[in-house]
Write a new protein. Structure first.
Length: 256
């Protein structure tokens, strides 16, 4: 388990403004909460490692450790665990979208794009997967290539993904996504959930297409601070807070 000094260093690295009174878009998650997250997933990593020592073929423990390591920002270690799962059971490859996300944050964009492409064979409804493939291809070969290679979907999907997919395709502007969400008059609880996904991918889209910007950071901060995300602690909320921290650090370095 990490020592207290190592824990504080990790928080400072991932959230460089954590101990300074910055605006919510810079530090959307309280420092105490970040420390608890680090403590939780460091312990899960430790326990999974012990189980792997006892049984080197324990796929479930490699999966749990891979997730914990990714949530700690250890993308290389996470990738290794996810790849080990596939080595132990090659049938897992087609459904392993989490490996694609690890590849993405390691800047291995061609492998990430391939992983999301083969996942489409497993689930051809989930446009979120198509968005990650677009993002990977955009980073690898640019906007035109990514839009020409957009995966095709014919079935309905959960909101806000049809609208987000239209945004990535260039059919609607980012502001229109939020207008369409509002027009549906969802319940407050469900709208909060839908807005989490909208803010996450609008933020990433703006960063991709316009570069680091306060507007991209604003939407990523809203995703990271979203009540649904923080209470559920889902995989994609972990991605949202890590991506926000990454962009905040980039923008801080640009100001220096």
């Amino acid at each position: 388990m990490n020592s207290p000094s190592n824990t504080v260093f990790l928080i400072l690295f991932l959230y460089p403004f954590a101990f300074f009174g910055q605006a919510p878009e810079i530090q959307p998650i309280p420092t105490a909460e970040l420390l608890e997250i680090n403590k939780k997933y460091s312990e899960l990593e430790r326990v999974a490692s012990l189980r792997i020592q006892e049984n080197p073929n324990d796929i479930s423990s490699f999966s749990n450790r891979g997730d914990a390591r990714l949530f700690l920002g250890k993308f290389l270690d996470s990738r290794n665990d996810y790849e080990k799962m596939i080595e132990l059971n090659p049938k897992l490859e087609v459904s392993h979208w989490r490996l694609g996300i690890a590849y993405f944050y390691l800047s291995d964009f061609s492998k990430a794009a391939r992983q999301f492409e083969i996942y489409h064979q497993y689930d051809n409804v989930d446009r979120e997967n198509g968005i990650w493939r677009f993002m990977s291809q955009y980073k690898d070969k640019g906007l035109e290539y990514a839009r020409n290679g957009l995966l095709l979907y014919t079935q309905n999907d959960r909101p806000p993904y049809p609208w987000l997919y239209g945004m990535f395709a260039g059919d609607i502007k980012s502001g229109e996504v939020f207008k369409r969400i509002k027009s549906k008059a969802f319940s407050t609880h469900y709208e909060t959930r839908v807005l989490f996904h909208a803010d996450l991918y609008v933020g990433i889209f703006l960063e991709l297409t316009e570069g680091p910007s306060s507007q991209a950071l604003f939407h990523l901060a809203r995703a990271a601070s979203n009540e649904y995300g923080r209470k559920s602690g889902t995989f994609m909320w972990q991605v949202a807070r890590l991506h926000h921290a990454r962009l905040a650090k980039i923008m801080s370095n640009l100001k220096e």
